[in-house]
Design a protein around this ligand. Structure first.
Ligand code: UDP
Length: 329
């Protein structure tokens, strides 16, 4: 079976590609390298440098490679950015996904896996959040994924394709010392905390400590990228039995302060922190119930402890203090 992976040069996509290759799938990576890294593309994958905004090119790529399935990781994915530049999400993110879906339908690619998000749940009624929770996107980013999920539901209703929408909570950790997180600019909590530990930044700014949570800082559910990748493989294999939607997290919430404290313990470095204003679009508390994927597909996270997740990210940071830069020179 051949799988086309958009964003396969990116943080989560590159791990998905590695797992697919391990499982014996043929893989074509489609990435414009705007956020991904050439050095993160698996050597056994075919690499196509291309842009999802270019529908004709997407069409030609699907015609040439005839994949059996698509994993669509490529995306703008920043809550804060989406509050400042809504059309990057409500237009571009949506358009890229729709271009891909349209080509997928036209070329009879029957299976589609969408990277979705916990930001669908801006105001959850109950925690942990299961798949019955009502959708109230917390930001234009969450809304862009909601539109793509709804489009997939229509395509499923119309028998055009089968899909899985995987709502990631907070992807974290490194899949190996050589496959890690490297964004420019970096905006995510854990890599920034580790950059402070490594002496590359002076301090971590905590975005608000007046939320209604146990220590006033936002609570998130951190899930290891390797566990996310496994969920993709299991979902792909299950698509023959019908479309599905899963929330994906560890089921444990950690506050921003708890993440910083754990990183202090794991790295042995003090890590100065300072409280700043809230970041618009951030829901106070997002913790997943992943009971559905556990019971339906037997998914079981291998990295359930925050310490292990942070330790794996720290090993990557220490081995590659400048990220993929030195591998690409
Ligand atoms: N956060 C923070 N300081 C930072 C970056 C993030 O306090 O420099 C907080 C952010 O407000 C959120 C949590 O850390 O509550 C996780 O943010 P991240 O951007 O890593 O992921 P998100 O939850 O937005 O997907």
């Amino acid at each position: 079976m051949k799988v086309l992976v958009t964003g396969g040069a990116g943080y989560i996509g590159s791990v998905g590609v590695r797992e697919l290759v391990h499982e014996g799938y043929e893989v074509v990576v489609f990435d414009n390298l705007s956020q991904g890294h050439r050095a993160a593309v698996h050597p056994e994958a075919v690499f196509v440098e291309g842009d999802l905004r270019d529908r004709e090119f997407v069409d030609r790529t699907l015609a040439e490679h005839s994949p059996d399935a698509i994993m669509h990781f490529a995306s703008k994915s920043l809550v804060g950015e989406s509050m400042e530049k809504p059309f990057l999400y409500l237009d571009e993110n949506v358009r890229c996904g729709i271009n891909l879906m349209r080509s997928a339908v036209e070329h009879d690619v029957g299976r589609f896996i969408l990277s979705s998000t916990a930001n669908l749940f801006g105001e959850p009624d109950s925690i942990p959040i299961d798949e019955e929770e009502s959708i109230t996107p917390g930001s234009p980013y969450g809304e862009s994924k909601n539109i793509l999920e709804r489009t997939l539901r229509w395509l499923d209703d119309l028998d055009a394709l089968r899909f899985a929408a995987l709502r990631y909570f907070n992807a974290a950790g490194a899949a190996s010392e050589d496959l890690g997180e490297d964004h420019d600019p970096e905006t995510h909590l854990l890599p920034i905390v580790l950059e402070v530990a490594a002496g590359k930044r002076d301090k971590i700014e905590i975005y608000g400590d007046d939320y209604d949570t146990r220590d006033g800082t936002c609570v998130r559910d951190y899930i290891h990228v390797q566990d996310l990748a496994q969920a993709h493989i299991l979902s792909l294999e299950a698509l023959g039995d019908g479309s599905r939607v899963y929330n994906l997290g560890n089921g444990d919430g950690y506050s921003v302060r708890e993440v910083i404290d754990t990183a202090r313990r794991v790295t042995g470095v003090e890590i100065p922190a300072e409280v700043g204003p809230r970041r618009p679009g951030d829901p106070p508390k997002l913790v997943a119930s992943s009971e559905k994927i556990r019971s339906e597909l037997g998914w079981e996270p291998q990295y359930s402890e925050l310490d292990e997740i942070i330790a794996s990210a720290w090993a990557w940071h220490q081995k590659h203090p400048n990220g993929y830069d030195e591998l690409e020179e």
